[in-house]
Design a protein around this ligand. Structure first.
Ligand code: NDP
Ligand code: PMR
Length: 398
């Protein structure tokens, strides 16, 4: 089936990251519609790359050792002190944006990447496939759909003695074709449970570790998206993100005594993902508000561009997976390669021109970064506070 230009009405013009500056005619793309008038005893969870190589993969992987933390300001051969490598945790670094970011950071020679992944072997193979060399990464087990796993991960990381200088909350799942909700280990709807609650607990726990770091710039990044922002064309493709008054979340998001959706509505997998991205962007701002001044940590979010080829769309129907990349490349022109997106996120991790905290970064057509505007809901300070408080209770922090 040829991709028709009519997928995107000619009346629409799109600037920067697809900001909407006109009223839309109805249009559809595989069933999606755009409405009118829109604007040392290390636990088995930690495994060094050398250890992994020696193990047989026939059973569960058990590693006993961890890579020793490099000392701060290690002495160079000429006696001068040099800055040690930064340590960055990237969740979901086994594919797509996370892997490309790990590669971009490893290529600088200045970062050690902790690939926090739910599948050891996949992560290990992925690192090798893009040529990240052994001394530049460590794979650690993290399943964000289990709060117990998040706590174990943090515990294991601390025991490794490695300082933490940057945390990138990147992992996500998208379940657009799911008819019924599925749930995390603790019984939260899977998309919000993984993308938001898992990362919420992880970042809250690791905040103390970031605070302790003596690295010149400390950063906490939570990946957002254009599709959670209803001030854009992409954010107006139904179902639109909307957290409502958070009644479903407050009820436990468990589909039993409350809805599986944050706003308390009927389950919709695509909406749940977009809602989770709004949560990610709100969380970043609440972190900024509460902790930037006291800690000096830079809190950021971003939309890296439409990386239409990643595993994020694995659950979508096959026709979508075929048409989506050319649609984004040739029609919306929002497409970006995994490599380019990885460089963008890596910039948010280390670039000295991106130190401003509380910013949602985007890139223009020339790949220049700019501070983008979030939608009304994604920048609602009162909602951010409420989301923080409700999430704290759900993950057992309050
Ligand atoms: P991918 O599917 O390629 O990567 C997602 C990663 O998350 C994978 O490594 C996956 O692990 C991991 N993951 C999923 N569930 C869990 C879990 N329970 N515990 C730990 N890790 C998990 O997608 P992308 O690279 O596209 O997505 C990365 C980020 O970019 C997401 O936050 C997404 O919202 C965002 N984004 C993506 C855009 C795009 O166009 N693709 C656009 C805007 C934002 P595994 O390999 O084991 O499946
Ligand atoms: Mg969207 C400038 C226009 C633009 C951009 C940048 C995106 C990005 N999309 C745009 C426009 C449109 N999309 C239009 C006009 C349509 C209807 C024809 C459309 C449809 C569409 C669908 C069905 N787009 C999608 C889907 C998805 O399933 C993806 C999604 O929502 O995932 C949550 C998606 C996306 N479009 C994007 C981006 C970046 C995505 C996916 C990734 C994400 O937000 O994380």
């Amino acid at each position: 089936m040829a991709l028709q230009a009519s997928l995107l009405p000619s009346a629409i013009s799109v600037h920067n990251e697809g900001k909407l500056n006109c009223a839309l005619k109805e249009s559809s793309f595989i069933g999606a519609f755009v409405s009118k008038n829109v604007k040392s005893d290390f636990s088995p969870l930690l495994i060094g790359t050398k250890e992994l190589k020696r193990k047989s993969f026939s059973g569960p992987i058990r590693a006993q050792t961890a890579t020793v933390a490099p000392s701060v300001n290690e002495a160079a051969p000429d006696g001068k002190k040099t800055l040690r490598k930064g340590n960055v945790i990237i969740t979901g670094a086994s594919s797509g944006l996370g892997l490309a970011t790990a590669k971009a950071l490893a290529d600088t020679g200045k970062w050690h990447i902790i690939m926090a992944c739910r599948n050891f072997l996949k992560a290990e193979k992925a690192a090798k496939s893009v040529g990240i060399t052994k001394e530049n990464y460590t794979v650690m087990h993290l399943d964000l759909s289990s709060l117990e796993s998040v706590r174990q991960f943090v515990d294991t990381y601390r025991r490794s003695g490695r300082p933490l200088d940057a945390l990138v909350c990147n992992a996500a799942i998208y379940l657009p074709t799911a008819k019924e909700p599925t749930y995390t280990a603790e019984g939260f709807e899977l998309s919000v449970g993984t993308n938001h609650l898992g990362h919420f607990l992880l970042s809250r726990l690791l905040l103390d570790d970031l605070k302790k770091s003596d690295y010149p710039q400390k950063r906490l990044i939570i990946v957002g998206s254009i599709t959670g922002n209803t001030n854009t064309l992409a954010g107006n493709v139904p179902p639109k993100a909307n957290l409502g008054d958070l009644r479903g979340l407050a009820g436990g998001l468990n589909g039993l005594n409350s809805s599986a959706m944050i706003d308390g509505g009927e389950f919709d997998g695509a909406k749940a993902y977009k809602d989770s991205k709004v949560c990610n962007m709100l969380t970043m701002q609440e972190f900024h508000k509460r902790y930037h001044e006291e800690s000096g940590i830079t809190f950021s979010s971003l939309y890296p561009g439409c990386i239409a080829t990643t595993g994020l769309f694995r659950e979508h129907i096959p026709l979508f997976r075929i048409l989506f990349p050319p649609f984004q490349k040739y029609i919306t022109k929002g497409y970006v390669s995994e490599e380019e997106a990885g460089k963008r996120l890596a910039q948010v991790v280390y670039d000295s021109s991106l130190t401003k905290s509380g910013v949602y970064w985007s890139w223009n057509k020339n790949s220049a970064s700019f501070e983008n505007q979030l939608s009304q809901e994604a920048s609602d300070a009162e909602k951010a506070r409420k989301l923080w408080e409700v999430s704290e209770k759900l993950v057992g922090l309050a």
